[in-house]
Design a protein. Structure first.
Length: 265
């Protein structure tokens, strides 16, 4: 099992329609993208953590699935602290690197915003089967079938890329190519495997596109769908909850005076 595989639906959020989960994630993300402040992101993050137990993920699964987000968020914040816009008191300075009051505040806001946007997205991926999502996109959002089927095929292929990466690693070890030590050797191995994976992805994508065209998936004929997908009361409640989280985060930010619209000059 990889981080991209869907888990069994055990919680209320996990059993919701994939379109409802997608819309809920987009609502929260849109509200947080409009501003760069720590208050709105922190408020949204706290509210998300309160509803996270209803996602149906065990603690171990949650930690494993969200690990990339917990790593990426501090790194994004750290880079902002070191190289972000300088303002206020200067805490440290070395060559082109400077740490100021403004860059620290911006770094904290970026870290919290990545967490607040990333966690719902991870839960969406972890609890959603790609086929169910494709059914919802086609039947509820009325997206073109050509786009939906292409996106579904792409999501399925992403999981195969993980297996290809493992196969390439094992093949290098079997040939003794991966026995070297040192950073230079590791970088060469990474570049070699990345290029090989890139070639495999292009070849597989070309074959898949040809096969789908041959089977008529690219035609403009209206398609029927084997499984019905529709929004129920629980799905609407999930979207309403996301709207409440976004509205609360924005309200708290505006009232506290921390709101900083990204397009403000």
């Amino acid at each position: 099992m990889t981080l991209l595989d869907a888990l069994p639906a055990r919680g209320r959020i996990a059993r919701a329609n994939p379109v409802a989960k997608l819309l809920a994630s987009l609502v929260i993300a849109l509200a947080l993208i409009l501003t760069v402040d720590a208050v709105s992101a922190a408020t949204a993050l706290v509210l998300e953590l309160l509803v996270l137990p209803f996602a149906g993920l065990r603690v171990g699964e949650l930690v494993r699935r969200t690990a990339p987000v917990w790593v990426a968020a501090p790194l994004a914040g750290l880079s902002t602290v070191l190289y972000g816009r300088d303002s206020g008191t200067v805490y440290a300075e070395f060559l082109i690197v400077s740490v100021t009051e403004g860059s620290v505040a911006l770094g904290a806001a970026i870290t919290l915003r990545v967490l607040a946007i990333g966690l719902p997205s991870v839960v969406l991926i972890a609890t959603t089967d790609p086929t169910d999502l494709a059914d919802g996109l086609a039947q509820i959002l009325r997206l073109p079938s050509r786009f939906v089927l292409g996106a579904l095929a792409g999501m399925r292929v992403v999981g195969l890329l993980v297996d290809d990466w493992r196969t390439l690693s094992m093949a290098r070890r079997a040939r003794g190519v991966a026995d070297g030590r040192g950073a230079v050797h590791a970088l060469r191995g990474l570049a070699s495997r990345s290029f090989s994976l890139f070639v495999l992805a292009i070849r597989r994508g070309s074959r898949l596109a040809t096969a789908m065209e041959a089977k008529g998936f690219g035609s403009g004929v209206p398609r029927t769908w084997a499984r019905e997908s529709r929004l129920r009361a629980g799905d609407l409640l999930l979207i309403a909850g996301a709207l409440a989280i976004a509205a609360t985060a924005v309200t708290v930010s505006v009232v506290s005076g921390a709101w900083s619209f990204v397009l403000h000059g």
